[in-house]
Design a protein. Structure first.
Length: 273
């Protein structure tokens, strides 16, 4: 049983790395066929010249499309990410994908611990810990998803859940300054609702402060401030993105539905502050 800090103060005045580009991570999930993925990648690549310099766009297609999408975006500022990874580099693990193979396919980022995988595949914090470690060892930047579900929120457990997830996933992982780790705060109840339900920006700001405080408990100040970036995800759209990206402790967004049509995605990129 791990022990968690029971109480901590929240300092909204802390200084974060404002000068770094705002991140927009597109999670295409299992929604697009290979051909549809290529078409979307081409449309995004064609308009990539209009992406402002202070935005880092990452697209995460399905495994099948990684290599070809990677080729399409090769000469643009857009980076490639995968939606999942296994924790071993090589071996008899039927159906799994090695972090080394993702690297070879041109990925710079990989999403780990998405709530859909926790829900449908029973992924837990200890597996996500191993995936995070393996991704870092392979030189990938993990995008670790954390967040409470509706019941946990209703029971006033949100802070505890966030502290537990971040602690169990990161505890014992040593980081070097030059490595990058991204945490996406994705309240499960706000993901792909299709009903325009998203978290209140003030609540997001608070949740991100909780996450940042755990990082300060786990790592020294330099690492916790400069190695980590924290994103918000959950029904982000072109209409609401600025209310999240303007939050001073939020470094960008993780986007599902609104990243799967070129026009929606470009409106979102343009409206990101
Ligand atoms: P959504 O998905 O934008 O469709 O809510 C976000 C995610 O699952 O990462």
């Amino acid at each position: 049983m791990l022990s968690y800090p029971l109480a901590f103060s929240v300092h909204f005045s802390q200084i974060y790395f404002f000068d770094m580009p705002s991140m927009i991570v597109a999670n295409w999930k299992m929604n697009l066929s290979h051909q549809e993925s290529l078409m979307l990648a081409r449309a995004i690549a064609q308009h990539s010249g209009s992406i402002p310099d202070n935005r880092q766009v990452v697209i995460c297609p399905s495994f099948l499309s990684l290599i070809e999408v990677g080729r399409i975006i090769e000469k643009t500022s857009i980076a490639l990410g995968a939606q999942n990874v296994f924790w071993e580099d090589v071996g008899a693990y039927t159906g799994e994908i090695s972090p080394l193979h993702l690297k070879e396919a041109g990925c710079r980022y990989v999403i780990v611990g998405h709530s859909e995988r926790r829900r449908y595949l029973r992924e837990d914090n200890s597996q996500i810990h191993k995936k995070t470690k393996a991704a870092l060892q392979a030189g990938l930047i993990p995008i670790i998803c954390v967040g409470e579900d509706w019941e946990e929120r209703a029971q006033g457990q949100k802070d505890y859940i966030l502290i537990q997830q971040v602690t169990e996933i990161l505890q014992g992982i040593h980081l070097r300054k030059e490595q990058g780790v991204i945490i996406a705060y994705e309240p499960v109840w706000a993901i792909s609702t299709g009903r325009g339900i998203y978290a209140d920006p003030e609540e997001v700001q608070y949740a991100v402060e909780v996450i940042r405080q755990v990082l300060l408990d786990l790592y020294d100040q330099d690492i916790s401030r400069n190695t980590f970036r924290v994103l918000y995800g959950g029904s982000v759209s072109g209409e609401n993105v600025s209310s999240f990206s303007r939050l001073k402790n939020v470094d960008g967004v993780l986007v599902g539905s609104a990243s799967q049509k070129a026009e929606d995605f470009f409106r979102l990129i343009q409206n990101t502050l």
